[in-house]
Design a protein around this ligand. Structure first.
Ligand code: PLP
Length: 400
């Protein structure tokens, strides 16, 4: 059980920075909420009571540890040992619930009895509504009204779970507008409300807090790999990056093991230079997005560029500050994968291993082809989610 507050040279510093990235760029009205969180999150998360309840829920409710599956046929094909970390088998179908379980326990200890969240495609909204139902807390999820149209099943899932879904009707009526509405709500209701952010983004301490809650992924990989290969260290860990939470969790306990190559996979959409892409490190420049200094896709005069990816979870114009630092310091290698290569890799996994992955996770799988692999290599691919939610996307794509 990881009950220690481990310090990493790639971790956040006292002021909330990863190298030049991070910080807390928020309106003054939000300062007391974020400050309360900053002062208390580590003390709460690393208290024995929290650790006990968090790990018990991860086991009995989420279904952890998730298997580390040796993908035999994929290994034969690529000529290296390939393992899949099966986050797709988590309750609700992806890694996101690791974070929401942790944050709901934190909210209770902060004395907050109302939860707000924002959601784009609805996956984080569903993970939040799930844990609110579990704990009997009131849940309001802000969602762009355009996204509500596009993602009807997730809207209904949240409602079945008892959450209120509030449409954000301003701007492009998508994720950034939902984020603005959620921020406004928090400013007006600071005392009783906790805001659950769904990735390693936002003002400090969110990126660090979410990374620590997702770090269970690499904590498990270490002992599972040891059982299977005799060593805790793979040669590569590969994960897709939207905001970067599943990658942060998969990388976390390997950050200070320089012999482990960290491979972060972004969505190239229709091609990095097509104008329809979400490849942040290839296209982005430093700037402030959702309360932190990071890399983001922007115009000459600093307006956020609308991103595009076939996968809703990777359709984000920035990356978390920790990943901006991993890119900048060259600790991680970043690869961009197109819609077409990701869809092929998703269908390929279904045929080879009998697992239909989330389209996000299919981007990570597609990166295997881009790596020069050797027979002695041990590669862990973080399979962040299952493909059930993407059935429509697979059907429209065809080609199987
Ligand atoms: C949301 C989501 C992602 C992207 O989010 P990260 O914070 O980058 O992990 C990736 N995969 C799945 C299955 C998701 O639902």
């Amino acid at each position: 059980m990881n009950t220690e507050n481990i310090k990493s040279s790639f971790g956040v510093n006292e002021r909330g920075y990863y190298g030049q990235f991070g910080g807390s760029f928020i309106p003054e009205m939000l300062y007391p909420n974020v400050e309360e969180l900053r002062e208390r999150y580590l003390e709460i998360i690393y208290s024995p009571e929290f650790q006990q309840e968090y790990h018990q829920l991860l086991r009995d409710y989420v279904g952890r540890p998730t298997p580390l599956y040796p993908a035999k046929r994929l290994s034969e094909e690529f000529g290296a040992q390939i393992f899949l970390k099966r986050e797709d088998l988590c309750h609700t179908g992806a890694h996101k619930v690791n974070n929401t379980v942790g944050q709901i326990l934190l909210a209770k200890r902060l004395g907050k009895h109302k939860i707000i969240a924002e959601t784009g495609a609805g996956q984080h909204g569903v993970a939040t509504a799930t844990v609110c139902a579990l704990m009997g807390l009131e849940c309001i999820v802000y969602m762009g009204s355009h996204d509500m149209e596009r993602q009807k099943p997730n809207v209904e899932r949240m409602r079945i779970l008892g959450a209120e879904v509030r449409p954000a009707t301003s701007g492009s009526q998508t994720l950034k507008d939902a984020t603005n509405e959620a921020m406004r709500h928090w400013i007006n209701n600071p005392q009783e409300t906790h805001y659950i952010i769904g990735s390693v983004v936002g003002p400090h301490p969110y990126p660090d807090m979410v990374a620590r809650l997702q770090a269970i992924i690499s904590e498990e990989i270490r002992w599972q790999l040891k059982e299977k290969t005799g060593s805790e260290l793979p040669t590569h860990v590969v994960a897709c990056v939207g905001g970067g939470s599943n990658a942060a969790g998969a990388f976390y306990h390997y950050l200070d093991e320089p012999q482990v190559k960290l491979v972060a996979v972004e969505a190239a959409g229709k091609g990095v230079s097509s104008g329809q892409s979400a490849a942040t490190t290839a296209l982005g420049k430093p700037g402030v997005l959702h309360g932190s200094q990071t890399l983001l896709m922007q115009t000459e005069d600093g307006q956020v560029v609308e991103p595009y990816s076939i996968s809703a979870g990777l359709d984000y114009p920035g990356i978390g500050p920790m990943h901006a630092h991993l890119f900048h310091s060259k600790r991680a290698q970043f690869i961009a994968i197109t819609d077409a290569d990701a869809m092929d890799a998703g269908i390929h996994l279904a045929r080879k291993e009998g697992i239909i992955p989330a389209v996000e996770s299919a981007h990570a799988l597609a990166a295997l082809k881009e790596l020069p692999l050797q027979p002695s290599d041990v590669v862990v691919v973080n399979l962040s989610g299952r493909g059930d939610k993407d059935l429509e996307t697979y059907i429209r794509w065809g080609g199987y």
